[in-house]
Design a protein around this ligand. Structure first.
Ligand code: AMP
Length: 299
């Protein structure tokens, strides 16, 4: 059955203190679908312009990501330009061009309507809601967002959150959404908005999981050099939903393992620009790193 992913497929222009790159493949749905594909079959719903190259399309096909739901519309593909400082934390957005996403009205292919595992990757919450509405019986709905949408579509996001099981966001976005400064207070405030489980991403400081009364925290996998953090959150989410789609229940133990796999997937994404590293790894590389990480964090 697999995982259904909706989100942005983008051309990214990235500047870090170490390197820069122009119009490379990016987008929340690109990173998350490729990441999830290491665990489960993935169906992608998104839109690109007629400037989207075959080479990028091929990358998804190589990972067996189904592109039946990838629409091509006249116009330009969504593009985003971001710049990181030395801390490699939240990037400064230089430009967001919605282009073909501005009036995208997603139509879910008939064969995807029974999808049980849905990842609403970062995109306009109205588009996320439109996709969720078309599914007949989702078992698990995970949602991500970004400062851009908290600022520009807050009410639509709040409406959507009532129907979401797991909500992921960065620490700065949790602060922006709730007005709180303390992580526990942020999580408590977000739980009141609807989702039962909250995951707060903290970049190289790792991830926090709040579920019921329990809290789980793990650091990021230690790397000697981070090349470009773009897509780390989306890749994390892909690993998370990919792993959970193979579990019969979403209990605490499985959630913790899923978060650990998500963190491992993110550690690969940040080692190169775009999806360059992700497209070159194999499942055995993931397992090797997972084992090493487990040793590093257990006591
Ligand atoms: P992250 O995992 O948070 O680093 O996500 C980075 C990706 O988000 C980039 O590849 C961008 O193309 C994409 N992105 C940036 N801004 C937006 C936005 N407003 N809506 C959807 N996707 C975005």
């Amino acid at each position: 059955m697999g995982v259904l992913v909706i989100g942005s497929v983008a051309f990214d222009t990235i500047k870090t203190p170490l390197a820069r790159s122009k119009n490379i493949l990016g987008g929340s749905a690109s990173y998350s679908s490729v990441s999830a594909s290491f665990f489960s079959p993935v169906n992608l719903v998104a839109v690109v312009g007629n400037d989207f190259p075959d080479e990028y399309r091929q990358l998804f096909k190589d990972r067996k990501v189904d592109l039946t739901g990838l629409s091509v519309k006249p116009g330009k593909t969504f593009s985003w330009e971001g710049e990181y400082g030395w801390d490699f934390n939240d990037p400064k957005t230089i430009a967001t061009h919605l282009n073909v996403f501005a009036d995208f009205n997603p139509r879910i292919p008939r064969e995807y309507k029974n999808s049980e595992y849905l990842f609403l990757a970062n995109i306009d919450p109205q588009i996320q809601a439109a996709v969720l509405k078309q599914l007949t019986k989702p078992k698990l709905v995970i949602c991500d967002t970004m400062n851009y949408w908290i600022e520009n579509k807050r009410n639509q996001l709040l409406r959507l959150l009532k129907k979401v099981d797991i909500f992921l966001l960065n620490e700065s976005e949790a602060k922006q959404l709730t007005g709180e400064n303390n992580l526990i207070k942020m999580a408590k405030a977000i739980i009141k908005l609807g989702p039962k489980t909250i995951i707060i991403k903290r970049g190289e400081n790792g991830v926090l999981l709040f579920s019921g009364d329990s809290v789980f925290c793990i650091p990021a996998f230690l790397l000697e050099s981070v090349f470009d953090p773009t897509g780390a959150g989306d890749t994390f989410a892909g690993g998370l939903i990919g792993y959970l789609s193979k579990c019969k229940t979403f209990n605490e133990a499985n959630l913790r393992k899923a978060i650990t796999y998500g963190s491992i997937m993110a550690s690969f994404a940040v080692e190169s620009f775009s999806l360059d590293k992700l497209k070159s790894i194999r499942n055995r590389d993931i397992e090797r790193r997972y084992k090493k990480f487990k040793q590093q964090i257990s006591f």
